[in-house]
Design a protein around this ligand. Sequence first.
Ligand code: PHE
Length: 372
Amino acid sequence: VGGVRLTREEVVRENDPTNNVPESIYAKLGMQLHNRDNHPIGILKNAIFNYFDLNFPENFYKFDDLFPIVSVKANFDDVLVPPDHVSRSYNDTYYVDSQTVMRCHTSAHQAEILGQGHNRFLVVGDVYRRDSVDSTHYPVFHQMEGVRVFSLDECAPSGMDATSYAAVDLKKTLEGLAKHLFGDVEMRWVDTYFPFTEPSFELEIYFQDKWLEVLGCGVTEQEIIKRSGRTDCVAWAFGLGLERLAMVLFDIPDIRLFWSTDQRFTSQFLDGKLGVKFKSFSKFPPCYKDISFWISDSFTENNLCEVVRGIAGDLAEEVKLLDNFTNKKGMTSHCYRITYRSMERSLTDEEINQLQWNVRDAVENKLKVVIR
Ligand code: PHE
């Protein structure tokens, strides 16, 4: 399987006024962490595939090489995301041009694959979101999508209505998956909303004294089933973030580590199995720098984070709002604290100071704010 491969030149339309994809994001295309058998993301993918192979004799068809640049229609319209939903905004999603995005979820492939007639499938791949900067957020991460279609005839003997039948099967399947990955953990279901499912749920697991959201799922909206050319069917779907789970399973403390090529990281996963706990090589010291400015109406935190990442790359560990006030003239000031830290070495004062000056310049030039 595989979508049409475009060359980098074909997708980089820097001159399109609607393009908001920085170079650093294009650079992630084709990295395929999920297709590396000795990388935590690839290991987790294989473990999930393995669970489905073991438990479903009728195989789930697996897609792990679909091209991550998709139409706005596929990413949003085909899964019924309303026209005014925040996820469509330029603040949240990377647009290559006004009709084309870097997929923000693997659900972008649901409609197409259903349309091809598949009734059970898994899709794994890199997804892209503009977001804040901290130890659990990175603008590129990986998702696993699963979809299963039932005919009403399959549901009938249960005596349940088809939606309940699908919901029960969905929960059973995903609880089994969580046990397969985590062993005996405490779990709970939380009701939620997704445009493409009704009812919709999140699964949380209790881990290290906290409830951790691990996936979203639900019973597929009938409209999606109908448009796929099916009648008398019901389906479930789930989407799960691989980094989130891998951080827990492998004890990986910072999401940037997944991108590290440092042997002290990569060498720890060579056996390609779950169960290894990552041993931190000594944590290097963080360095904090604050920046204060008067914002303009168009200011957003995601834009700030992108500027910081553009300059500091993976040396930016966190960007956090410290202070926020509005003066009598109605001007609003924000103070952000930027944490710089390398996963691999100690940074010098000189290097950090230079980074911070470059960040200040870029913030002033690109964000229309006034530094204080
Ligand atoms: N696409 C959703 C997300 O990215 C997850 C999801 C997939 C939810 C399928 C329900 C069904 O958050």
